[in-house]
Design a protein around this ligand. Structure first.
Ligand SMILES: CC(C)(COP(=O)(O)OP(=O)(O)OC[C@H]1O[C@@H](n2cnc3c(N)ncnc32)[C@H](O)[C@@H]1OP(=O)(O)O)[C@@H](O)C(=O)NCCC(=O)NCCS
Length: 135
C-alpha cells in the first residue's frame, strides 16, 4: 500500500482530483462546488497517496481563530476507510484549532464513537438543511 500524505497544500487542486465524495448523499454537490467548498474554508486538509494528485480524504473547518472552530466536512473514500486516515485528518484539524475554546461539529450517532477516539464528546445542536441550495 502506498504511503498516505496529509497536507494543507491546495496548490493546483482541481475538480478532477476530487472524484467519488459525498457517498450516500441524496443530492450530491458537484465537483466544482466541492472545490469551492474546500477553497472557501478557513482550513482544509487533504489526504493523498504519495505521488498522486487524487484526493482520497479531506477535512474542512471554519474558525474565527479566537473562540470558535467548526469542523464542517470530513470524508474518506470508501476504499480507503478503516486505515486510520479519518483519525489523522481529525487530529490534524484539531491541532490547527488548538488555540480556540469550542470545537463543534454535527454528525450521525453512529459516527460518534469515531470522533470520541479524538477526544470529542456527544452534545446537542440545532441545524437547518436546505437541499435546494446544493449545486
Ligand atoms: C467517518 C470516517 C471519516 C472515518 O474515517 P476512517 O478513515 O474510516 O476512520 P479511521 O480508520 O481513522 O478510524 C479511526 C477509529 O475510529 C473507528 N471508527 C471509524 N469509523 C467508525 C464508525 N463509523 N463508528 C465507530 N467507530 C468508527 C475505527 O475503528 C478506529 O478505531 P481504532 O483506532 O480503535 O481502530 C469515514 O468512515 C467516512 O468518510 N464516512 C463517510 C462520511 C462521514 O460519515 N463523515 C463524517 C461526517 S460528520
Amino acid at each position: 500500500m502506498a504511503e498516505i500524505e496529509i497536507s494543507k497544500d491546495l496548490t493546483d487542486l482541481s475538480e478532477g482530483d476530487l472524484e467519488g465524495f459525498f457517498v450516500g448523499w441524496p443530492t450530491k454537490p458537484s465537483a466544482d462546488a466541492h472545490l469551492r467548498q474546500i477553497k472557501g474554508s478557513t482550513l482544509a486538509i487533504l489526504a493523498r497517496e504519495a505521488g498522486s494528485r487524487r484526493v482520497i480524504g479531506f477535512v474542512t473547518a471554519l474558525t474565527d481563530g479566537v473562540l470558535f472552530g467548526y469542523i464542517s466536512a470530513l470524508e474518506v473514500l470508501p476504499g480507503y476507510q478503516g486505515r486510520g486516515i479519518g483519525k489523522q485528518l481529525v487530529d490534524a484539524v484539531l491541532a490547527e484549532l488548538k488555540q480556540v475554546y469550542a470545537i463543534d461539529l454535527v454528525c450521525d450517532p453512529d459516527v460518534q464513537p469515531f470522533y470520541a477516539t479524538s477526544g470529542l464528546i456527544p452534545y446537542h445542536s440545532m441545524v437547518a438543511r436546505r437541499r435546494e441550495k446544493i449545486v
